[in-house]
Ligand binder design. Sequence first.
Ligand code: PLP
Length: 405
Amino acid sequence: MALDIQTIRQDFPILGKTVYNKPLIYLDNGATTQKPRCVVEKMVFNYYNENANIHRGVHFLSQAATEAHEEARQAVQHFLNARSSNEIIFTRGTTESINLIASSFTDECMSAGDEVIVSVMEHHSNIVPWQIQAARRGISLRVIPMNERGELDMEAYEKLFNEKTRLVSVAHVSNVLGTVNPVKEIVRIAHEHDIPVLIDGAQSVPHIPVDVQDIDAEFYVFSGHKIYGPTGIGVLYGKEEWLDRLPPYQGGGEMIASVSFEKTTFNELPFKFEAGTPDYIGSTALAEALRYVTTLGMDNIAAYEHDLLRYAEEQLERIPGMRIFGRAKEKSGVLSFLVGDIHHYDMGMLLDHLGIAVRTGHHCAQPLMQALGIEGTVRASFSFYNTREEVDALAAGIERVRKMF
Ligand code: PLP
């Protein structure tokens, strides 16, 4: 089904804004996406009509809010095709989900000298939590390299396994290169060595269909705000037997079964990992966002954004001095580039004055920048609400900046 982009754009009031008297062209969707009206209205509705702390209340509002929060969990379960809603833990986002696993998995399954395999294209949030555990526990990181197109070197990956390997933790889609990593193959190889896998889905869940049973990773994480939901809510999916096995991450209300000063017993899944008052407004708004993209169809979204990326690559390649980073065969809608020796920051600032929002810098992937031998890039990242006309404006804007230098 072809998406009706002009109608879709009406759902996103912010896209009608002007900045510096220019129509806003928002190409920073990798950092966060804009929110459709239904998501914002859901939050307003909940605060006005169903706001009460959940789970322990006997009163009407508390029960309504509890029901909405648990329905949201089921919505996430169905969206990811998880087996059970017990496998869905609400967190603050990808970063917190990875920190949770880094902490609980290391506590339960790792000791000094053990190794986690990551890749050279990880976001800092899939590097630093492991480094914190490295400092505390003496574990270490092994890194999958990539080829010049920005694809993971799968032969090198296989060679990283040894008797010290305990976990593989890699991104599904690179936030800088757009590479869609072969996660099924990554998981298959890890499982041949009896090693569990965590997949960082921050840049995949909003853009391509994801089926956690098909991928078969033990853990899969993503952020609500990158898939048209609110900030401050995210998801950790984990296979039930693994989540059962791991100790809690934080202590507090909600995650306990009983507490005395002598002994505390922990609640069952999923509550064991949700200490304190959860973001029940955020969870229901996230469920609304998932309903929104499901109605558009994740296959349609992926096809449209892929087409837009190819069009953008064609337009940008015509610009003299253009260097595009990330030439993987499987790519999602992320386009990182530099032009001649124009600093990425200058390019970003000047595009901004034309109304074009792109991101510049290292994109929280400094080790990847080191591997590429650069300090940073300019990154345009696309959504289904972006158009070819906006890509044309981007190309014209870059050309204008280039001529100024
Ligand atoms: N992982 C990847 C691949 C990302 O692109 C991002 C954010 O840009 C994150 C993790 C961190 O996401 P958040 O800041 O929502 O926790």
